[in-house]
Design a protein. Structure first.
Length: 766
């Protein structure tokens, strides 16, 4: 008999990135945004399209194209999903319609979306187009006529509380015919317990003198969505991105150039926080290319991935700082030598001394091919270049640059990591490309800035390892075409959206039934937006897998209210049922972060722990705790918002927090060991700072704490996680004598300055 109540086994939880949406006038040749005036709406003041009493304005979208954020005037978001998100405008100085007072760079004006839906008004001029109502009202006067955007005008929906767009969603006027969604299609993990950041109303209750002993007045105050938490057995390292905040990747076997003769590069400078990039193609002769990027002759499109490969190496901006407090660029002095002798078509070079040379450092100068490095050091006065010289010079001044080999991934988990090569990967959520010139909307904002002409490459998952696709070999368990990630903490923590659906029957939405019918699943779908991890704990012992507990709060909660509409009731939102329709093929499983065979967790018996230069064999358990310092903030607003049962976000989110800001990070490690040496006690009693850079040539750090876990393979590259702490104090190392006369167990408490994580898996972007 079908269940008549909601059950845990019929619940689904998925998550996804949050990102901005940049809407530039004229993209795809037709897009525009308009400060709306509708002559069919009543006076005064063209209410509600510019309501100066309620301080609101309506913006309508037009044009666009398939596979882009706007298609035929419809913004590809579920109705109401963007309520509470922020909007800013860039208004070109020559724009004759919009006032530059609405330009964020000029006035600092930022707008809040309080309504977003596709108009279903056959008498209005905006029918079947997305209308976005914002507060405060625009400074642009649209009380008597439409004010269209013009060339170089840009409308940007900011990332916080804005889930990544799903351009494949389908909107219909009737709720039960819609299949609206956002890109919350990622596998949360092997979750054993979960608590959702449920909405709570902070009810203000007042006693009034002269009105007796009972409460006289009750008024709703803040809405909160706090207390979110989950515990999962870790099967890959992706959640460290949300716990620490920053990610760089290395995937030389995965990324593809997109075309044999074209090199695709950024057009213009792109900045940290951008959710959108422009690129074009360049032929080997320097002329503009005209071929669209493709992988295995299939054009790059929505669902594929794009890599950004750093900047201008000569300026040193192709690397990022991993630890701000460390004396960065260990052993990374750029130097010149004027005694070098080169011979045309020969890789051997003589020099007065090879003492400062390091294999792998770059070499540049007259007669030296671009990208050449020191291949080997022959003796005290000669070395081999990685390519033959193109000219004979006696002598010549050459420049030697070791910065690349001093940065991750050229240094590994056993070495000092203070810099990393700048390489990011992002999923393509929308794209337009013609003649090799493209615009790409990303699933996650860029974390670093990139210069004009930065090389971009592409990737696509396949069911095997063809065309660079990461893949787990079912025979050996090894990863072919692996992706390496370095996670670390710097300035920000990314936000995410979490989709939760519950139902009474094991069917999707209300397929085959009307709302309330005998076969209806009575599905309830919510999307918690603006989620950020505030603290976390990583733990394991000798009885379980490596486990992560993450606590997070949400800013807003979207609820599918299609069942509350007056007619054609049903679920507007098309939920992600992970193994029924979202990750039901090998390729889709990889996209969702649970490639076939990769779902097994990291176990304690495949782990090792090293500290103070020693591999510890007597560790019973450890717990690494981290705090991100994220706090939510409420701001005073004057929006006059009505309340309706069909509102996806009550009161347009005006009673919810508007900011979630990172604060100081803190880490501590608790480790229980069976004592066989007083080393840790002596280290603690003298308050020794464990921070070793004595061997800079090898960049080794013997004092580092390294928690290393792998998965079993018979050969090849294994999935792995390395947690690194290289600057710490041991603050407690007790030596209690047990009552049962058994072995002495010490519970060490260690305070590191920072934490870095290196993960190897099949996930292109965490």
């Amino acid at each position: 008999m079908p269940s008549t109540v909601y059950k845990g086994d019929l619940s689904e939880i998925t998550f996804g990135h949050e990102t901005g949406v940049r809407l530039e006038h004229g993209y795809a040749g037709s897009f525009k945004f308009t400060a709306s005036f509708d002559p069919n709406d009543p006076a005064p003041a063209n209410a509600p399209h510019q309501d100066l009493v309620k301080d609101t304005s309506v913006i309508v979208l037009s044009g666009g194209t398939e596979d882009s954020p706007v298609f035929s005037g419809v913004l590809e978001y579920p109705n109401g999903m963007l309520v509470g998100s922020k909007v800013i405008f860039t208004i070109a100085s020559s724009s004759p319609n919009w006032s530059t007072d609405d330009d964020y760079a000029v006035s600092g004006r930022m707008y809040t979306i309080i309504k977003q839906e596709v108009s279903d008004d056959t008498t209005g001029q905006n029918n079947n187009k997305t209308e976005i109502t914002v507060t405060p009202a625009l400074k642009t006067d649209h009380t008597t006529a439409d004010k269209d955007s013009k060339a170089n005008d840009v409308m940007t929906i900011l990332p916080f509380t804005t889930p990544a767009i799903d351009v494949g969603m389908e909107h219909a006027d009737a709720a039960n015919a819609s299949a609206e969604s956002v890109l919350t299609d990622q596998f949360v993990g092997l979750v054993s317990t979960v608590a959702l950041p449920e909405t709570k109303v902070d009810l203000k209750r007042y006693h009034v003198v002269g009105l007796g002993r009972d409460i006289a007045v009750q008024v709703p105050g803040r809405f909160t969505n706090t207390g979110g938490s989950f515990e999962c057995n870790i099967h890959n390292g992706r959640w460290f991105y949300y716990c620490l905040g920053h990610e760089v990747v290395s995937a030389p076997e995965v990324r593809q150039d997109g075309h044999g003769s074209d090199t695709f590069k950024l057009v213009g400078t792109h900045y940290s926080g951008d959710s959108y990039i422009n690129f074009d193609g360049t032929l080997a002769n320097g002329n503009a290319g005209s071929t669209n990027p493709a992988i295995n002759s299939v054009n790059v499109g929505v669902g594929d991935y794009i890599f950004l490969l750093g900047g201008d190496n000569t300026e040193g901006v192709d690397k990022v700082d991993v630890q701000s407090y460390r004396d960065t660029n260990v052993n990374a002095e750029v130097f010149t030598n004027a005694t070098c002798v080169t011979t045309n078509t020969d890789a051997s070079i003589t020099i007065d001394s090879t003492a400062k040379l390091i294999v792998g450092m770059s070499v540049s100068g007259t007669g030296i091919p671009t990208g050449a490095t020191v291949s080997s050091v022959s003796n005290a006065t000669s070395f081999e270049l990685s390519a033959n010289a193109t000219a004979s010079n006696n002598p010549i001044t050459l420049t030697f640059d070791p910065r690349d080999i001093s940065a991750w991934p050229n240094v590994n988990a056993t070495q000092i990591i203070d810099k990393a090569m700048k390489e990011e990967a992002r999923r393509i959520v929308a794209i337009t490309v013609t003649g090799g010139v493209g615009k790409v909307w990303l699933d996650d904002p860029l974390q670093f800035s990139y210069e004009d002409n930065t090389v971009v490459e592409f990737a696509r998952y396949a069911a095997d390892d063809s065309n660079g696709s990461p893949h787990r070999n079912t025979t050996t368990g090894a990863i072919t075409k692996p992706v390496s990630h370095l996670f670390f903490s710097r300035t920000t923590i990314p936000s995410f959206a979490m989709e939760v659906s519950i139902r009474r029957r094991d069917i999707d939405s209300n397929d085959g039934a009307t709302d309330g019918g005998t076969g209806d699943s009575k599905q309830l779908t919510r999307v918690f937006r603006g989620c950020k991890v505030k603290d976390w704990a990583l733990t394991t012992d000798t009885d379980a897998a490596l486990r992560l507990t993450a606590n997070f709060d949400s800013a807003l909660c979207y609820t599918d209210t299609g069942r509350l509409e007056a007619s054609n009731k049903g679920d507007r939102y098309n939920t992600h049922r992970l193994f029924e329709d979202t990750a039901n093929t090998e390729v889709k499983r990889k996209i969702s972060g649970i490639g076939k065979g990769t779902q097994k967790p990291f176990m304690f018996y495949n782990g090792s722990i090293s500290m103070l230069g020693t591999t510890l064999g007597q560790v019973v358990s450890f717990t690494l705790n981290g705090k991100t310092g994220v706090e939510q903030y409420y701001t005073i607003g004057a929006a006059n918002i009505a309340n309706s049962a069909t509102d996806q976000v009550p009161f347009a989110g005006t009673r919810n927090p508007t900011l979630a800001v990172e604060g100081k990070t803190e880490y501590d490690l608790e480790m229980e060991i069976i004592v066989d040496d007083p080393l840790f006690y002596h280290n603690m009693r003298r308050a020794v700072e464990n921070f070793d850079e004595t061997d800079e040539t090898e960049q080794t750090d013997a004092d580092m704490i390294r928690l290393s876990f792998t998965k079993q393979v018979s050969s090849g590259t294994a999935e792995s996680i390395d947690i690194l702490m290289d600057d710490y104090y041991i603050v407690e190392a007790p030596l209690p004598v047990p009552e049962d006369k058994g072995p002495l167990r010490a519970k060490l408490k260690i305070l590191p300055k920072s934490v870095k994580v290196i993960a190897v898996d099949t996930v292109i972007h965490a």
